[in-house]
Design a protein around this ligand. Structure first.
Ligand code: ASP
Length: 202
């Protein structure tokens, strides 16, 4: 059974309503309870790194995330990182270079509606992210609305629609449809690159 580490960092997916609007406050245990048994066949281990709206994520947080992934990547088959959507594309891009050539899948996802909302897109996004994280296809990706996008190509294009992310000047790395998860190997088969961890440039 594949072992996937789920790292949480906050964002709408982990938010609850308050008098001042949505506040990221749910931890991995709450989120895991919300998705219940919908994800099966993989062993999920969880870790809460921080709980932020992603508009407050800066290079210091990128460093924290990259260092944590670097510390554990040899002990797991893949990593899912839940993150706010506003700066998810920037974090995905930064991690793509900080973890250049990482030999496992690192998959960022989030949602437009909190997981605590009955109509949340978060469950679907998480299921696709876990499928990609268990795929053994190395690299950094964004999983959103049944699309898998290279971390260096993702851009947020919608503030409300569930199809919030597009892949700029590159085909999708994968998609989820009636065939399940299909990987576009023309996009994911990079020339082999030794794994190089960098956390000093930002
Ligand atoms: N403001 C939120 C964030 O980026 C939006 C979201 O997660 O969709 O953390």
């Amino acid at each position: 059974m594949k072992k996937i580490l789920w790292i949480t960092t906050g964002g709408t997916i982990a938010s609850v309503s308050s008098e001042s609007g949505l506040v990221p406050s749910q931890d991995a245990a709450d989120l895991l309870q919300a998705i219940g048994t919908l994800i099966s066949g993989i062993k999920i281990v969880t870790e809460d790194l921080f709980t932020l709206d992603s508009s407050n994520i800066q290079p210091e947080e990128w460093r924290m995330i990259a260092r944590r992934i670097h510390a554990v990547y040899q002990q797991v088959d893949g990593i899912v990182l839940t993150h706010g959507t506003d700066t998810m594309a920037y974090t995905a891009s930064a991690l793509s270079y900080m973890l250049l050539g990482i030999p496992i899948p690192v998959v960022l996802t989030g949602s437009q509606l909190p997981l605590s909302h009955p109509l949340s897109d978060g469950v679907d996004n998480l299921r696709c992210a876990f499928a990609m994280a268990a795929s053994q296809v190395p690299g950094v990706y964004v999983a959103f609305d049944r699309r898998i996008i290279l971390g260096t190509r993702a851009v947020k294009v919608k503030t409300q629609g569930f199809d919030a992310f597009e892949s700029v000047n590159q085909k999708l790395a994968g998609r989820v449809d009636s065939r399940g998860l299909t990987i576009n190997t023309k996009v994911t088969d990079f020339p082999p690159h030794p794994y190089v961890f960098t956390d000093r440039w930002c």
